[in-house]
Design a binder for this molecule. Sequence first.
Ligand code: FES
Length: 415
Amino acid sequence: MAERPSVKDILARARAAGPAAQAGGAPAPAAPEPEVVEAATPEEEEPVAEAAVEEPAAPTAPTASSLGRPLTLQEKLAAARAAGVPKPAAAPKPAAKPAAAKPTAKAAPKPPAEAEPAAPEAAPSAPPPPAAPIPTGRPLTLQEKLAAARSGAAAPGAAAPAAKPAAAKAAPAAAAKAGAPRELPPLEKITDPKDLAEASRRFGAKWAAAKTAPSPAKPTHKAEAKPQKVPPKPSKEAALTPAQAERRRFLINVSIGTWVALGWATFTAGIAAMLAACGRFMFPNVLAEPPSTIKIGPPANFEPEEVNERWKSEWGFWVVRSSKYNGQDIIYALQSICTHLGCPPNWLAGEQKFKCPCHGSGFYISGINFEGPAPRPLERFKVALADDGQIVVDKSQKFQEELGQWADPDSFIPV
Ligand code: FES
């Protein structure tokens, strides 16, 4: 029985057959195959090796038309590997699903340092091993990145992920040199644990800085209560035109002058009234009485035993010519006022007496009282003969019989 080839031999043959197949139009070996070989445990090495050896000999693959149903993802991948057609870009997980790739997860903990030296040892002059399939159109998961890094993929599709860590390492170094922190992707897109740890550290630093930072000063009520400066109110004088200002001053002056003039006029009128009162006080009241003397005509105009009432109503006396008092024919003037309470008596020619209508006092033709309440005779006025022969009656002088004044020659005129 021939000796069973080792895994390294199988890997070397597969890698050597890959470029040859590519040069002859054969499809390139699938990317996960080297991983499968490297990651396979000793128990699984055999089926992997068989798959690697048998893979180039499987020229055909099931198609949808032959199966009568749409192909599954695994079938599509198998067909692609068999036909050497590049994997469709839309394939979501080309390397994780195949059955041969299952051991990859188990082999993942293996350090890449063990797998990397194997390639130079197995085929120093062989071309670089094909890179693990890198799906495009979406970011790599952490496991995929780790697998790609450990596998040391050098394919064109894997070149970018391989260079990414170097660039990522170079960027922080440049940022550190420049003194600027490295820019991290959004938190939901962070896949690198280092980035996640850096983001957590930065968040903690920000939180501590915000906690220890002094809070902004709050405005106090005193500041709010600060009185606002109110601009001065414009004066009315400034708002007026020159003509309006002149008219305003004129009206003010006229108003003031009017009030001053009114005050002075009132003061002057008061002074004048006071002076007039003083002057009036200097002249006492005088009754405007009619003259007390009156000429009643010559004595020949009067008949004996006659009472003439011509001057009774206007002058208040009778002119009597009689000889009843002492038997002497004389003319005298009797005042027509009752000596009781001042009523004017009437001459009753039929009874030849003066009768008072108030209380009934009666007086003779001579004037002597004889009935009623009158206490005394009537009074006489002064009579005299004027130069022209007329009798002049003077009412300013009276003569009373009870006082003996009728004997006075001025109280009668003998005829
Ligand atoms: Fe003439 Fe009284 S007033 S009687």
